[in-house]
Ligand binder design. Sequence first.
Ligand SMILES: [Zn+2]
Length: 236
Amino acid sequence: MYGYGYGFYGFDRTYILLIIGMLLSLAASAKLKSTFAKYRRIRSASGLTGAEAADRILRAAGITDVKIRAIPGSLTDHYDPRTKTVSLSQDIYGQTSLAAVGVAAHECGHAIQHAVHYAPLEMRSAIVPVANLGSSLSWPLFLIGLLAGIRPLTTAGIVLFSLAVLFQLVTLPVELNASSRALHMLEGTGILGSAETKGARKVLTAAALTYVAALAASILQLLRLLILAGGRRSDD
Ligand SMILES: [Zn+2]
């Protein structure tokens, strides 16, 4: 639906911003896939599975009320603060690769953030509802405002979209911090040796890049909204 209704103004050149954002996201996800594929073939010397590594990390951090479970899918791993559950995809849960142990440790990093009330995580949880509202309502409001010439609606669309961008901005430190906690714990608890930790670090860095790309793509989309709104304003 992007760009809908602009045909009669000629080619919408701001489309290029969307394409750049899409290319960044594609490049980041391709990099993650190839890095993950490489390190899922390398087993850790300790032989612990993702689930066992997660259990050891949580206990080492003094966390006893977080559950670890297996879920279907690939790279669907996450930590849910509401249910205090580390959910690991089948591959991660039962495998002993550097990739599996690294991703499992990363999700434990989120559980530790939750336990220590890490401020960016709390801020992120607090803005989830507005960010969801923002991403679903921003485009319809923006387009109606633009096409019908109702400026407050256009502005509301931009503000709502900014909330979704803010959410992604706050996500970044949360993700980076979870990975740094993860690598620290992996080495500190002896789950991985220092050479192995480098492999896990590569996987987690590639995962972090997908968040950077998503943020960049959103900022480009926001820029596009601002350009479209500004361009229409000068036409009025
Ligand atoms: Zn994460």
